[in-house]
Design a protein. Structure first.
Lengths: 175, 321
């Protein structure tokens, strides 16, 4: 039955889709709601999905659209969310100075990503955190593969500029 | 050179693709040649290098709140709820025109006449709800039985029903009383009102039947006006009611914009009794249709479990066929 097949889809992809939504909303409760909504929509449309479709990319598209709607509705509160999310982060008890510095840099990186324009941010997270192909990112954002690549590169350039002078030495030497 | 230099601006896309680790060999060559002579671009490229490592770290670092257990459990329950509400439907041609049959997990939820061409009127779309999906395979067996019924080759549709689309408890009671009418029997709106213990609610009964989500299956065509006129069916399609009754052996005569059941040609029974009569039986006298049930043939009356009256003896003196 189609229902059993859909159970398998939930099993394979729910955790990753929720993680993606958590990254883009920075809030567990939003990730809960939007991930459920993503799969409820997917369930309604699943029968009509052509066989052999890339289900993972399709789910990212639904999640991205829901995420963007969510941002529009919550535009004014978004920065507050990001700030709250960073405060929520539990302090690791035994951090060395080096780790502390690395953590600070990572937090700074996340803050920079949060401040990117929506399309660049989503494209960047899909590419760098979930390793989607540009064609899949383009489909999610209703743009061409080239535009998707351009969004990621724009984001990358902004991230570099924002971190200028904040790159920890030991991370630089490691690469 | 500086970042504003035309050569630096021209190399930037290649430089970004090298920085992202996605550059083709030719682009790598171009970037290498450029940074060999351009200090600021070399520095810029150097700044990209640690980024990939940082992003890999971010990717690997567990997120706070990255626990999908609760969301997964809530999703399971919402999916179960959605499945139970979800209607799969098929649209089929029939002797009465295009018909939609919809079924849910619980049973047959909808039977609707469609306009010629089979488009879905807004009312039907509302009844289907936003979660309906076309699923002809799931309704094919129902279609076959319905066609047999409409062609008079079947007298029962023993389908599990989903009465979840009832508008009210009152409507549910009206439709349950209507569902109990035997094949080939006719009663009046007032008769149904009396059966549900609300004898003055004749108009509400007619309204409840007007919004019957399961016509044919819940045989609202067997309910007529006290005058014997069919009065209405499926909007303005009273001819469908006449045809359904004809299939069951109920004879009607054409009246102005309507049809009328020919009471003289119907076996008649006082509702609640166990014997049926010819319409001229003395026990009936001038009883109103609101207290009577009519049968087109003796066979349907007896199939419903009723016996011939012992005084007018319809078994010995049947009505002319």
């Amino acid at each position: 039955m189609a229902e059993d097949a859909f159970e398998a889809v939930v099993g394979s992809h729910h955790a990753e889709i929720r993680r993606y939504l958590l990254r883009i909303t920075a809030r567990g409760s939003d990730a809960d709601d939007l991930s459920q909504e993503t799969f409820l929509r997917a369930f309604r449309a699943y029968r009509a999905l052509p066989p052999g479709s890339n289900v993972r990319a399709w789910l990212f598209t639904i999640a991205t659209n829901l995420g963007r709607n969510h941002f529009r509705a919550q535009a004014r509160r978004r920065r507050a969310y990001a700030a709250a999310a960073l405060e929520m982060r539990p302090d690791a008890p035994d951090r060395t100075d080096g780790q502390m510095l690395a953590d600070e840099t990572r937090e700074r990186l996340e803050r920079v990503i949060t401040g990117l324009p929506a399309k660049q941010r989503l494209a960047f997270i899909m590419r760098k955190m979930h390793e989607l192909e540009y064609a899949e990112i383009g489909a999610s954002l209703s743009c061409s593969e080239e535009s998707a690549r351009a969004h990621v590169f724009q984001a990358l350039r902004k991230v570099r500029r924002s971190l200028d002078g904040h790159l920890p030495v030991e991370m630089e030497s490691r690469s | 050179m500086s970042p504003q230099h035309p050569q630096c601006r021209a190399i930037e896309p290649d430089l970004l693709s090298v920085a992202a680790g996605e550059a083709e060999a030719a682009a790598v060559g171009r970037v290498e040649a450029h940074v060999a002579s351009c200090g600021s671009c070399r520095e810029e490229l150097g700044q990209y290098r640690p980024l990939e490592g940082m992003m890999a770290t971010v990717r690997r670092t567990p997120l706070p709140d990255d626990d999908a257990t609760l969301a997964r459990a809530q999703l399971a329950s919402r999916l179960a709820d959605l499945r139970s509400r979800m209607v799969g439907f098929g649209i089929f041609p029939s002797p009465l025109g295009p018909i939609l049959i919809g079924r849910s997990e619980h049973g047959v939820a909808l039977v609707q006449y469609l306009p010629a061409g089979g488009s879905l009127p807004a009312r039907v779309q509302r009844l289907l709800g936003e979660d309906a999906v076309e699923d002809r395979a799931a309704t094919e067996g129902l279609r076959a039985e319905l066609v047999e019924y409409l062609e008079g080759r079947r007298v029962r549709l023993d389908w599990p029903l989903d009465l979840g689309r009832m508008r009210s408890d009152f409507q549910r009671r009206v439709l349950e009383a209507t569902a109990a009418l035997p094949y080939g029997a006719v009663t009046s709106y007032a008769g149904i009102a009396a059966r549900i213990g609300a004898p003055s609610a004749v108009r509400p009964v007619a309204q409840a039947l007007r919004w019957n989500p399961l016509p044919i299956v819940i045989p609202c065509h067997r309910v007529i006006g006290t005058s014997g006129a069919l009065t209405g069916y499926a909007g303005r399609r009273v001819e469908l009611k006449q045809r359904l009754l004809a299939v069951e052996g109920v004879k009607t005569v054409a009246a102005r914009h309507d049809f009328k059941v020919n009471r003289e040609a119907m076996y008649t029974m006082v509702t609640g009794e166990s014997e049926y009569c010819v319409p001229t039986c003395g026990s009936l006298l001038s009883k109103s249709l609101s207290t009577l049930t009519l049968f087109g043939t003796r066979e349907v009356a007896e199939a419903a479990g009723f016996a011939p009256c012992t005084s007018c003896r319809p078994d010995l003196h049947p009505l002319p066929a």
